[in-house]
Structure formats: C-alpha cells, structure tokens
Design a protein around this ligand. Structure first.
Ligand SMILES: [Zn+2]
Length: 309
C-alpha cells in the first residue's frame, strides 16, 4: 500500500511553474469528493511531456507541478535540497530514468513512476565512441526519449492512469477515464504521423541531438543526430561523418531545436548546402500544448523530407 498523500507541501522553487499550470482549474472552492482542503495528491512531473501527461490524466483530482522550469533544458538538471525534499513528499513523481541523473537518484521507488518501464525501449544512440574515457555511471542502455512516439506515449498514459488509480483509489475511475481519453488522442496523433510520413522523398532526418529515435523507429525514418545529448559538443570527426551522410542521403534540411544553440547545425547545413528548420523535441513547454507542437513537428518533417500525403 502507498502511504497517505503528504499535505506538507512547501511552497518553493517548484511552485511558480506549478501555479501557472494549475490555477486554470478553478477558484479553489471546496470539492467535497477531494477530502479536506489542500488534500489533493501532489504529482511532480520531471519535465514537460510528463507534466502534460500528468495534467491530462490527473485532471482536477491532483495538483501537478514540474521540476524543470519552462525554457530550461532538462538533460542533467541539478536539484536543490528543497527540490529533493519535495520529491520525497510528493504522492507520485513521474520521470524517465536516463534523462536526469539527479532525479533518478532522488526518487523513491515506492512513490515514483518511471515511464520508460511502461514501453518497449530501443537501444541508445550508436556513436558511443564520443564517450570513451568519460564516466557515465547513470547512462542507461536504452534511448530515454520515449515521448516522441505518440503510440508509446499512449501506452504510458494508460499505465500512468492505473498507477494514479492505485495511489488514489477514491478517484480511480476518473484517472482511468482520462487516461483512456488521452490514449485515444495520442492514437489519433499516431495515425496522422503514419499517414503524413508514409511517402517521402528522403527518410533521413539530421537532428541537433538524438531525441527523435522513437519517432524514427515508429514511422520508418532514419535519425542521424549530431550529438547524443544537448550538452555534448560534437567532435570534428562526428561532424564530417554526419555531413557525408547528409549529402549521400539527399538531406536538404538540418533540424535545430529552440533550447540548443543552432550554430553547429547551421555550419553543417552550409557545408552540405541544406537549410535549417526547428524540430521541437518537446523537452520543455512549447507555445501550444504537446499535441499541437507535435502537429507542428509533423508539418516541418513533411516539408523537409518531401512527403506527398
Ligand atoms: Zn534529449
């Protein structure tokens, strides 16, 4: 059994982001089904896609906050003592092992949900030679960017709904219903991607960092990431390797992302005579929501890869 939900939520670093996303739910008038005031289970999402998912499924039964502030690259996020305490007190922390080692270390297995355990993972990027000699205690063998495949994220939605239902049995049906609705939305998105990327001039996508492995896996594309994670500077060897590949595969667009400097991608693009376009790995909150940002990504991909449907 899970221990009771902590009500000793301390207002802290997390609160700013949390308030922005939860105040839309209403004026805080008494909800008789939720028990005492302020007794809503606190769900902490490690970064944006998990925040979106937790909000969709938690509905008004939970209070969701996000650990990685909007506009911040989540990879290798560092946690303050207060945030670690908040993680320990939360009813549930939703994270993906392998993205943020500090979060991996801080979570309590009893009160956390690792979304990577809900789906079949694919192996991590193959250009491991860049890491030779470095210490990577926390590196996982799989690619942790599971949210960029809508079909896998739909599976995560279902499992998260079940987990919340177990954690807060009084509202179990609500969690399950909203999880089903979210999974259906993601299923529709998956169909749009399948159809939209069905017939393209090239299948190769050159990305700023290897975030799109699951999207590539799902829709039969080939991802060539300039770097493995946003903090890594590509080696000259890697850059020339990617340049050659891009030329050979008729790549006309090199993808950049908003939270990573586009400089490297721009240099590469000019070397191979390509242009650049922004493809959002959704590691931070987009201007719309998860689904609308993914639809934007689909349009960008269709243009860049010369897809006809
Ligand atoms: Zn990433």
């Amino acid at each position: 059994m899970m221990s009771g939900f902590s009500r000793s939520w301390t207002v802290g670093l997390l609160a700013t982001a949390a308030l922005l996303t939860t105040t839309a739910c209403g004026s805080g008038t008494a909800d008789t089904s939720a028990g005492s005031e302020g007794g809503k289970p606190e769900v902490i999402a490690a970064f944006y896609p998990l925040q979106w998912l937790s909000e969709q499924i938690g509905g008004s039964d939970t209070q969701v906050s996000v650990l990685t502030a909007p506009g911040v690259e989540p990879h290798d996020l560092e946690l303050g003592i207060q945030q670690v305490t908040q993680l320990k007190n939360a009813a549930l922390t939703v994270y993906i092992k392998g993205i943020q080692p500090a979060v991996d270390d801080a979570v309590d297995p009893e009160t956390s949900f690792d979304a990577a355990t809900a789906v079949q993972t694919i192996p991590a990027g193959e250009h491991e030679e860049e890491h030779a000699g470095e210490e990577h205690d926390h590196e996982v063998a799989y690619d942790p960017h599971i949210w960029l495949d809508p079909a896998r994220l739909a599976t995560v939605a279902t499992k998260l709904g079940e987990r919340l239902a177990t954690a807060d049995p009084a509202h179990a049906q609500g969690y399950k219903d909203r999880a089903a609705k979210t999974a259906a939305t993601l299923g529709t998105l998956d169909q749009e991607f399948s159809k939209g990327l069905g017939a393209c001039r090239t299948k190769t996508m050159v990305t700023a960092h290897e975030a799109f492995g699951y999207l590539a896996d799902r829709y039969g594309l080939k991802q060539v990431g300039i770097t493995l994670d946003p903090e890594t500077e590509p080696s000259p060897t890697r850059l020339s390797e990617v340049g050659k590949l891009a030329k050979a595969e008729g790549v006309t667009t090199i993808f950049t992302e908003s939270l990573v400097s586009p400089k490297v991608a721009e240099v590469l693009a000019s070397q191979v005579g390509a242009k650049t376009a922004v493809l959002d790995p959704l590691e931070s909150k987009p201007s719309g929501d998860f689904v609308s940002a993914m639809r934007d990504n689909l349009k960008t991909l269709q243009t860049a890869l010369g897809c006809t449907s």
